[in-house]
Each structure stands twice: as C-alpha cells, then as structure tokens.
Design a protein around this ligand. Sequence first.
Ligand code: PMP
Length: 332
Amino acid sequence: MDIRNGFVGTVGNTPLIRLKNASEETGCEILAKAEFLNPGGSIKDRAALAIIRDAEAKGLLKPGGVIIEGTAGNTGIGIALVGRALGYRSVIVMPETQSQEKKDMLRLCGADLRLVPAVPYKNPDNYVHYSRRLAEELAKTEPNGAIWANQFDNVANRQGHMDTTAQEIWQQTDGKVDGFVCAVGTGGTLAGVSMGLKKHNEDIQIAIADPMGAALYNYYKNGELKAEGSSITEGIGQGRITANLEDAVIDKAYQIHDEEAVLIAFDLLKSEGLCVGGSSGVNVAGAIRLAKDLGPGKTIVTVLCDSGTRYQSKLYNPEFLKENNLPVPDWM
Ligand code: PMP
C-alpha cells in the first residue's frame, strides 16, 4: 500500500523533472524538483511544517494555539493549511502588492489575513516587524498561546530543507549531483540544501540566482550588500543575511533580470507543459548559468517553487507584462 497521511504526510517527496530545453541547451542534466505539487501548492509547505513541528517539540505551541507570520503569501498558505490539519489558527500579515490569487487562497484556507503597505525592512511598519509585534500582542490574550513563525530567522526553516529537500535530491540522483541553484527569499531552501548536500559531498557547487532589487548577488560576489533595479517576481529578493543564510556555503552567484526569467517561464509552459511562477524562471535561468560555468555532462538541480496559476493576473497577463516592459509571447 502507498498511502500518505493527510496534508502533513503529503508535504515533500516531490518528483525530480528533467527539463528538456535547458538540458539540450547546456549539454547538462538540468533537473527541477516539482515543489508546486506540494499539497499547499508551494515549496513553503516544507518550511511551514518544519517550523510548526519544531515549535511543538519545544513546547511553544499548544493545541488550539495561534501561529502568526509575515509572508509574501506561500508560507502563509502552508501555515494556514498545516494549521487546519493540526488544529491551529493562523494570522497572516502580507504586503498588499502580492498577487490577488495568493490573497484569495489565504482567506479560503482560513487565515486571518492582514494586508499592510509594502515598505522596506528598515521601516518599522514592514510586514515582518508588523507580524512580530502582532504576535507579541496576541500572546498576551490568546488562551492557548500564540507564536511568531519568524521564517527568515528561525533556522527550523533551513533544518527542514536539510532533512528533506537535500536528502531527496541526493537519493533521487543516486548521489550524482554536481550543483544546486536557487533564489533566496528567507534562504531556507538554499542554505538547507547547501548544508544537506555538502555533508554528503563538499564539492557539490551551490549557487544563488538573485533577482534584480536584491542585495545578495553583490554580497556573495564581493562582500557588499548592495541592490539595484527591481523585479516583478514574488517571494524572493533579500536585502540582508538572514539567520538561515548564516554559515551556509554559497560558491557562486548569478544575477537574473526579469526578462531572462519570464522568457524561461513562458518556454517551460509552451514547450514542456510546466506552468510555474516567476521565481521558478529565475531558478532555471540560474541552473543554465551554473551548467555553462561547470561545463557539459554535469547534473544540476533546482526547484520549481510554485505554480503559475498563482500569478495569472500578473506574470501570465499581457497587460501587466506590457506595463512592466516585459515581452508578451504571441500565443498568450
Ligand atoms: N519562490 C517562491 C514563490 C516563494 O514563495 C519563496 C518563499 N518566500 C521562495 C521562492 C524562496 O524560498 P526561501 O524562503 O526558502 O528562500
């Protein structure tokens, strides 16, 4: 029998897909984990589950308790759904600029959604700080307690990726993996997979694919946290070294412009039937760069973080693309 136990038992163990065009273009095996197949629809189900299990193990989260988080959306969806499955309520703070699809989904999942203006991290009203303060307030009044998930600086996030994502990649490739690349939101995925894979083989090359508007490309290239430009991608683009990123070995850094990422996303849909979000376009662009750096014959792994259906009003909307000076494919 092959039966998974509810939402929680269905998180992870995603298939590893060979990407045809990227592999042909580079002479490498370009493989991507189908994280959009997680039960909440994104890679962040893994972080949500790892953070909640960690809080339970530490006795911080009691039955009927409340989980509060600031999120670009996907972590909130994961937390709300794990909460539904395990009996916790969720309060989700999100910048109002995120896609309507994610807002609708959060409300449907039962989250108490609080939209806040999108302001930089250094502003005390940034969604991350707002969610921390809200958690502190709710902890005083909630009868069953309230916790702040704190995905950026709670290393239970990267530990979850060390224990699951990295081990799955190692097993699915029979250890024949030469490189891993992805973008960073919290850094949980990149740092956790780096630590998990390098425990097996420290020569595996780990690369960050950074969108415009983020500061980490410059940091890993020349030690300077410096950002320029902007990006339409959601869930990625970090301006600081989060606790999840601390001590993680990142060997290479690539900067990916939106145009490069969206053209790859469009090609994945048109030529391979894979409808993915913008961060997946950035990730596959990074995989192609890493493959070209390492040379033919190598195996490069990345992640397809979520589905394009979460961005139909943006990435797959000709009007939105035109407004942002991005190419509109003739078939769209
Ligand atoms: N892509 C998407 C669509 C996301 O929602 C996130 C998480 N915010 C990421 C990528 C980045 O993952 P991580 O937080 O593990 O760095």
